[in-house]
Design a protein. Structure first.
Length: 410
């Protein structure tokens, strides 16, 4: 299940033929073209993030900003909120400055002033907004009609916040110079919000090569688990979610056959207590669900799991890629997002969200047949290395930035 091959200059639409950018190789001529676009000067790129918490988009932004070629780009990051997160710390260690730019509401004068001052001082050629809040904030950074300001790129802005905020996000999306969907389905969502085909460029997400897993015994001791524990892992924001409840329910079906099996749910959120209460109501006498919180080493920890679950109605792509990069099979909902990443029966299993017992059944099969799980995991690791590498993603974004800067200078 390889992504479509690359063709053209990287700009196209989602309409007839689905011609917008897909993963592919770059010729020497194309690489030289990208380098010449800078005209001997570094291109300033300011990344504006809705948040830098333990989310898939934040981890993708971190990989991109830290990996841009220093000879071609000067990257800086601002976050519309706190900057004391593991992703922000990783960026700082990589030499990418991160500025907290909290804008609390639409008329937060102090926050808006600081945002404008920071971006003006950076003087970027491109502003790349990640997330709905950052997308809306770009309206504060663009000049009046007829002025020449930085080009605006938007990613990961299809999340639903409801009502007036969704309307504002859609308005800003339609004004962006380029919108980057990470999947065909995300591109279709942007189309439904009014983004024209010529402004869409698809770039698949990436996962870094698998990291060495932490010492298993040490990790189990941290959680108070026995050395014989077998682990199923998932991660999501802990809030009222049918996906997490489905995971807890599926685990309850498995625990009777596997007395040494534990479910680890990574993440944070307002409904942690509610999810735990739901699990305890199902298994008050044998509660084997643990909540390790937000762990910056999650991609490495996934290598300790026998199975990774992705039971989200939308998204979950980064988690699936990180599990595959770690050689772990993925079991998840058959959503349009995941079907572009996980090949059913080859790198994991995808089931219909209405058939929740199949999550337990597929997991049961893998727990009883570790060789099958290892085979699926090995195929997934090879798939990530071939089609979802970090260097490939960075080069594609680099070309978008340089093309936009070149077009603006003409």
């Amino acid at each position: 299940m390889a992504p479509p091959s690359f063709s053209g200059k990287g700009v196209g639409g989602l309409g007839s033929g689905r011609k917008f950018l897909a993963q592919g190789t770059f010729s020497n001529h194309e690489r030289e073209y990208s380098k010449l676009n800078t005209r001997g000067a570094k291109l300033g790129v300011f990344f504006l993030a809705s948040d830098l918490g333990p989310t898939g988009p934040a981890r993708q932004l971190g990989l991109l900003a830290a990996g841009l070629c220093r000879n071609r780009f000067e990257a800086k990051v601002g976050v519309v909120g706190p900057a004391n997160t593991p992703v922000a710390a990783d960026l700082c260690r990589a030499g990418v400055p991160v500025s907290p730019l909290p804008v609390r509401h639409l008329i937060d004068v102090r926050g808006i002033r600081k945002l404008r001052q920071t971006v003006t001082a950076a003087n970027p050629a491109v502003i790349h907004a990640w997330g709905p809040r950052a997308c809306r904030a770009t309206r504060l950074l663009t000049p009046a009609v007829g002025g020449r300001g930085p080009q605006v790129v938007v990613s990961a802005a299809t999340g639903s916040e409801g009502g007036f905020y969704d309307w504002l996000t859609a308005l800003r999306l339609r004004c962006a110079d380029r919108v980057i969907p990470s999947s065909w389905m995300e591109g279709e969502r942007y189309r439904r919000l009014g983004v024209t085909a010529e402004r869409l460029t698809r770039i698949s997400p990436a996962a870094p090569p698998s990291l060495p897993s932490p010492h298993r015994e040490t990790f189990l001791q941290e959680l108070g688990l026995p050395s014989t524990a077998r682990l199923v892992m998932t991660a999501d924001r802990l809030e009222s979610s049918a996906g997490l409840q489905a995971a807890v329910w599926a685990f309850d079906m498995l625990r009777y056959d596997f007395p040494d099996l534990y479910l680890l749910i990574f993440g944070s959120g307002p409904d942690r207590a509610g999810i735990e209460a739901f699990g305890r109501a199902l298994a008050f006498d044998d509660f084997r669900i643990r909540f390790p919180g937000c762990r910056p080493d999650l991609p490495a920890l996934l290598g300790l799991a026998e199975v990774v679950w992705v039971t989200r109605a939308r998204g979950g792509v980064t988690l699936a890629l990180e599990a595959m990069a770690g050689g772990r099979p993925v079991i998840g909902w058959k959503t349009p997002d995941l079907t572009e990443i996980v090949e059913d029966g080859v790198t994991g299993f995808l089931v219909d969200a209405k058939e929740r017992p199949l999550v337990s059944a597929r997991t049961h099969r893998l727990l009883c047949d570790p060789d099958l799980g290892n085979a699926l995991g090995a195929t997934g690791r090879a798939r990530v290395a071939e089609w979802f590498g970090v260097e490939r993603m960075i080069e594609q974004f680099s070309r978008v930035y340089e093309d936009l800067a070149e077009a603006c200078s003409l």
